[in-house]
Ligand binder design. Structure first.
Ligand code: HEM
Length: 573
């Protein structure tokens, strides 16, 4: 007994038994893990000891005060793991998700202003016509006299790619023209599924990066008989080449304009964005900011290049699944859908009148400006509540870079039944931030925390609380029991120095798409026949819609919904 290794501080914390000798509890958490994740918080509280690979003890955290420390006060201690940073660097380049410490801070300093409200106002007119084009593509599929079942997932996904590429890169890949496949958008779409197939190799990344040069890494990929690894390398090369081409063109256009030369776009992709929107995209704003900043703050070319793939990748699947989730909820809640449509119609009618436009301009086609769109209270409540109950990214990893102590707002029980109010965290302890459990915490959101109820964001007259206020939605005044999230006090977009930089963009995009689609289209659940099929949201890495039958769950992600044109009765509440 005396020779046994000293017990780690986490061994005292209660948690589930080890489920597998190799995978610990990880497969339960990350493979269709919604129920398992929520049960952990219910049973053990805001800090739970779980087992990682080879039984390594980790801390699973949803406690508000602990998260204030992890993403806020002590964020320099709780950093991304080497596996995450190095893996991202290989795949996406030297962007925000691949850097730590001073380099990351420098990149954020340059990029934060790019995602300001002022720039969102400028970018909304890039997105609005694309959402209308998506709507037109869906309407084309409708028979003249009835409803039609459409798998919305690929369409929402094409729309999202087009918004982020046009607004992010200032480049159109015509993603809403399925006949015009582009190798860049195909690569971005294949990236996450390919990566998931070799997820178990991820822990080896730091060892390989530290011990093998690029030449030998390439040789390894050649020699190893692992097809998804070779495919991943191909995708990375395609993304890198396409981004470099766009970047070179952008720089050329940029310096030509700076010297007062020709204002025309050079490439088809640039021209397709339309002259009106030229130079208003994220990369153009970044290039201008970079050129006018001091030498010490300036990003290198490779850092700018790295942001291109990072922004497109980070903004793609997350926003796609969130938009799909909203549409699915609207389809299954016709009253909510009607109320929302009514509010949008009212908002557009008022704006049309304020601009002195005649009735000839159909209200459905009116584009609300940024501030009016953001101010629609019910739309805001529907988006907030969906992002709270169903956060697209549910779990994030961190590791302690030095020893520290983690305080808790509510004590948890030790394995021998004592109360624990703070936890000693040795250097190198792996932490899982549970965005999902935090967003479902009954102490913060009330006993109906897991119920989707948009009214929690509204007062009794249906108005929303002050701009960022969550006073009614949050069931407590105690600051220790509040989450440090950047968006509506929830953890969906995280908080602190590594919070989602694109959250305003995502919010704007989702609101615009929903407003555009439901102005003219009605959504309802699909006919599933007699075999008992249901749409089921599987939580692996992201939350993804699939079909579930009594005999099992389909592997293929899909969101089949019935759509038809809106009728007068679809505004009734
Ligand atoms: C509903 C949609 C979205 C969700 C739920 C979401 C969520 C998140 C979360 C949780 C993080 C923190 C990740 C971590 O620390 O490991 C993050 C980071 C990030 N997100 Fe988003 N995101 C969304 C949309 C977007 C969009 C549209 C963009 C770009 C326009 C974007 C760009 C980024 C970037 C660049 C980071 C890295 C920030 C950094 O490390 O400094 N995201 N996002």
């Amino acid at each position: 007994k005396r020779l046994a290794a000293p017990q780690s501080p986490l061994a005292r914390i209660s948690g589930p038994p080890k489920e597998h000798w190799l995978k610990g509890n990880l497969h339960k958490l990350f493979k269709d893990g919604l129920t398992y994740n929520l049960a952990l918080q219910e049973e053990f509280g805001g800090a739970v000891r779980i087992y990682g690979l080879f039984g390594e003890e980790q801390l699973y955290v949803s406690d508000p005060l602990a998260l204030q420390h992890i993403v806020g006060r002590d964020q320099h201690i709780y950093e991304e793991t080497d596996m995450f940073i190095m893996g991202n660097k290989i795949i996406l380049g030297e962007g925000l998700v691949s850097t730590l410490g001073e380099q990351h801070r420098k990149q954020r300093k340059m990029l934060n202003p790019v995602f300001s409200f002022a720039n969102m106002r400028v970018m909304l007119p890039i997105i609005a016509p694309i959402a209308d084009k998506l709507r037109a593509r869906l309407l084309e599929q409708l028979p003249s006299d009835g409803s039609h079942q459409v798998n919305l997932l690929p369409w929402i996904s094409r729309g999202t790619l087009e918004y982020i590429c046009q607004a992010g890169l200032g480049y159109s890949f015509n993603a809403l023209e399925p006949s015009q496949k582009h190798e860049y958008t195909e690569a971005i779409k294949s990236l996450a599924p390919t990566f998931l197939r070799i997820l178990l190799l991820r822990p080896l990344v730091p060892v390989v990066v530290r011990n093998f040069s690029l030449y030998w890494r390439n040789k390894l990929v050649d020699w190893l008989p692992i097809a998804p690894l070779k495919e991943l390398r191909r995708l990375v090369l395609v993304m890198d080449r396409c981004c470099r081409d766009i970047f070179v063109e952008k720089k050329r256009t940029f310096s030509r304009r700076a010297s007062g030369g020709n204002q025309e776009a050079n490439t088809v992709g640039e021209r397709d964005v339309g002259a009106r929107m030229m130079d208003k995209d994220i990369m153009s704003i970044l290039l201008r900011a970079n050129a006018s900043s001091s030498q010490a703050d300036r990003l290198t070319e490779s850092e700018i290049l790295g942001q291109m793939n990072t922004i497109v990748f980070a903004g793609f699947e997350t926003t796609t699944t969130a938009t799909c989730r909203i549409l699915h909820i609207l389809a299954t809640n016709p009253d909510v859908q009607n109320r929302l449509r009514r509010e949008i119609r009212q908002g557009k009618l008022e704006y049309r009148a304020s601009q002195g436009l005649s009735d000839e301009h159909g209200w459905e086609d009116v584009h609300l400006p940024y501030d009016s769109l953001m101010a629609l209270p019910y739309l805001d409540a529907v988006v907030r509540e969906t992002l709270r109950v169903h956060p697209p990214t549910s779990l994030l990893g961190r590791t302690t870079r030095q020893g520290t102590t983690l305080p808790l707002s509510r004590p948890v029980r030790s394995t021998s039944g004592e109360e624990i109010t703070s936890i000693a965290m040795p250097s190198g302890t792996n932490v899982i931030i549970s965005i999902l459990a935090a967003n479902h915490n009954k102490e913060v959101w009330g006993p109906d925390a897991s119920v989707w109820r948009p009214e929690r964001w509204l007062n009794s007259s249906g108005e929303r609380f002050g701009a960022n206020s969550t006073s009614q939605a949050v069931a407590t005044d105690n600051d220790d029991i509040k989450y440090p999230g950047v968006y509506a006090s929830m953890m969906t977009f995280l908080g602190g120095g590594r919070a989602c930089i694109g959250f305003k963009f995502a919010e704007m995009e989702m609101k615009q798409v929903i407003a555009s689609l439901i102005s003219v289209m009605h959504f309802s659940p699909p006919e599933m026949g007699t075999e008992g099929y249901k749409i089921y949201w599987r939580m692996d890495g992201l939350q993804v819609p699939v079909l579930r039958s009594p005999t099992g769950i389909d592997a293929e992600a899909q969101l089949p919904l019935s759509i038809r044109l809106v009728r007068d009765t679809d505004f009734a509440i």
